[in-house]
Design a binder for this molecule. Structure first.
Ligand code: COA
Length: 224
């Protein structure tokens, strides 16, 4: 079956949104943007949040790396990438995005390998099984180093509910304070319906920054 669909996101109330609507594209989910102003965060706040999260995460250890995924982590990272299929999305338009070690090696880390960003990853590993239970990623564009760009955050299904999202993100922000001391703000986008991720982000101090992005889909071909 041939399925051809153009998907795109436009800032709400922008010319891009008007253009998409004019073309007859179908609106889908709204992605809310949030910014964290690091200059307003009290000293020690992320350490405090990490310690509070760690209280729910006995039996997990943190690990981190910079740049592209190390060869020995490719398979475990694929497991967390697969957990991203549980994020809210337009049902019926997308199939699950399935990753394995080879695909992470060939198609992962685009932000670092092709866009020239500096990349940071913090993962939580389940001590008893060695599984990677959680991963969060942050990128910094050397051309605009005041801003951090949140990449994915995922916790695999068996390990949810141990505050590993908060634990890894708080640890990431501590790491960033040392590795990227010039960072002033971090931006993140989440489906407005993603209450679990938004709760973590609000605990960290992220604030809503309107407008958000409206997702659109447009069939480019009716063949199939
Ligand atoms: C967002 C996410 C990382 C949070 O995971 P987490 O750190 O384990 O969540 P928490 O420990 O803060 O969970 C708080 C509560 O919500 C529940 N919960 C968390 N995520 C859930 C989910 N996707 N579905 C149902 N319940 C969920 C937990 O079980 C816990 O319940 P409890 O208070 O009764 O114990 C996780 O839901 C996830 O990986 N989702 C899919 C990927 C995604 O949406 N990523 C963000 C988009 S970039």
């Amino acid at each position: 079956m041939l399925r051809v669909l153009v998907v795109a996101a436009a800032l709400m109330l922008s010319a891009g949104e008007a253009f998409a609507r004019r073309l007859g594209a179908t609106p889908g989910l709204v992605d809310a943007r949030r910014f964290l102003d690091l200059r307003k965060v009290l000293a020690g706040r992320f350490t405090e949040l990490r310690a509070a999260a760690a209280g729910h995460a006995a039996g997990y250890s943190l690990t981190s790396w910079t740049g592209a995924t190390p060869a020995e982590e490719l398979g475990r990272v694929a497991g967390v990438f697969n957990a991203m299929n549980d994020a809210p999305r337009e049902e019926g338009l997308f199939e699950d995005d399935i990753w394995d070690a080879g695909r992470v090696r060939d198609r992962g880390d685009m932000q670092v390998r092709f866009a020239g960003n500096r990349g940071y990853s913090v993962a939580a590993v389940h001590d008893a099984t060695g599984e990677m239970a959680a991963l969060t990623q942050l990128f910094v564009d050397p051309a605009d180093p005041d801003w951090g760009h949140q990449g994915l955050t995922g916790v695999t299904r068996p390990h949810r509910g141990h505050r590993l999202g908060l634990l890894t993100k708080a640890a990431m922000l501590e790491l960033a304070a040392t590795a990227e001391p010039q960072l002033a703000r971090v931006e993140t986008n989440n489906a407005a319906a993603n209450s679990y991720m938004i709760a973590v982000n609000e605990a960290l101090g992220f604030e809503l920054a309107e407008p958000g992005f409206q997702f659109f889909a447009l069939p480019a071909s009716r063949a199939g």
